[in-house]
Design a protein. Sequence first.
Length: 310
Amino acid sequence: MPVNQNVFDEQKMKAYANELKSEALISYIKSRITYSWDEISKQYFNYVEEAVFGMRLLSKFTLEGRILEVGSGPGMLVAWLHMNGVNITGIEPSEIGFEFNLQIQNAIWDYYKLPGNLILDLIAEDLDPAVHGKYDLLYSVNVVEHLLPKNIELAFNKFKSVLADGGMMLHHCPNYVIPFEPHYGLPLVPGFPQLIGKIKGVSKEGLWRSLNFITLPKVKKIASNIGMDVSFQQKGMKDTFLRLEEDKEFAERHATLVKIYPLLKKVGFISFLGLLPPVISTPMSFTLLQKGAKGSYNDKGLKISDKQKK
């Protein structure tokens, strides 16, 4: 099935997001899960927000060939892409503490009558080209910061191993050069990011313990070590602030920023953020290409099929 050209149609994307939040679908999910809806509803709506954001992030690409999503959660974005003809596979481990992801995924899969082999129960470090094949584009949204610190470079090596010739990686995650933790909305102590977790009493929580506090210089070092060229999005922090105007769930999660945003915009601070280099901006979006391949994250209309060797 060819890729549907409406896959990134803004109105259709919003309609899909609204259906994910509809009473009909949520009632169906409630009937299929063992968790209290009040317990997981906030995380569910965050997943909807991230799915829409992921669609926009991917709109830079043609999505031709085989695509791999790393860290699919309940699979909302995988479902949308598959229903629009994208040859998409996802991986998501069924780890303790995130079983509700699998329960929600199963409900969504049955609701939309999707095939059961789209998302593999797999961690990034276990990717194997002999088993899982090769992909033209591999991407992740807010996943890299959760890789085990000792396994980050291993994971990126595994990502590289399953890329087809001329393949590309795309990742979006926080840049902890900026001392701020977005999941908790907490400032960090530069050089000692774990300290605030102990002070705030969240250091033993699964989410906090999963954070590796990845930085842009760390990404550049990994790219060099695995023999790939990395390119970072410009104006990433400015674009993040602009999301406050169009993304309701994102705005609700950052209520303090919403309050001061009009003033920041009025005095020109938002425009100033667009001038900051990626190394002192967060979050960061970046692509990795094989050494010698043409292309930069900031090329207008960069497509998977454009990546030709020099």
